[in-house]
Ligand binder design. Sequence first.
Ligand code: 5GP
Length: 190
Amino acid sequence: MSKGLLIVLSGPSGVGKGTVCTALRSQVPDLVYSVSATTRSPRAGEVDGVNYFFKTREQFLEMIEHDQLLEYAEYVGNYYGTPRDFVEKTLAEGKDIILEIEVQGALKVKEKFPDGIFVFLMPPSLDELKDRIKGRGTESQDTIDHRMSVAVDEINLLQHYDYAVVNDKIELACERIQSIITAEHCKIRK
Ligand code: 5GP
């Protein structure tokens, strides 16, 4: 049995990674989603164990200490990390898994999984990105400004990725990512 593909989807806050991932998962039921751990508070409607594993700072530090995270990063004042066992088990079962994570974490995953497929979701423009973060209505002005400056830094790391996908329309972005997955399954690995 061949190993599954590890797909990393990054992109600035507000670009629509979550929405694209949800749409992808409904269109590609075999694609497994990695649920991250975070110290951020749940937003309205977010469910523990579905959107994130919500942890206290102490619990998160304990996960780091016990080497339970494949990668982790501090992002706008909170910790986010990928539980290691679940990813390794899913790949060993020959299933594809998608990690929706920010850039620092993605670069750490790349060191451990150089064969991973690294996809960067781009906003159609920076103005559009700001409107989307504001439109979410969940962030304070300070957080919006902070997320926008981090977004510019993140876009500057585009060259570390294999693919850039513009999220102009969710259906189109999903189609592009599905095409990438299909192509990667057909690829001859040397
Ligand atoms: P949010 O607070 O908007 O849910 O997520 C903030 C950022 O953290 C997003 O860019 C999201 O992709 C990223 N993120 C979510 N989970 C992880 C993770 O496990 N590791 C890393 N490095 N980033 C994550």
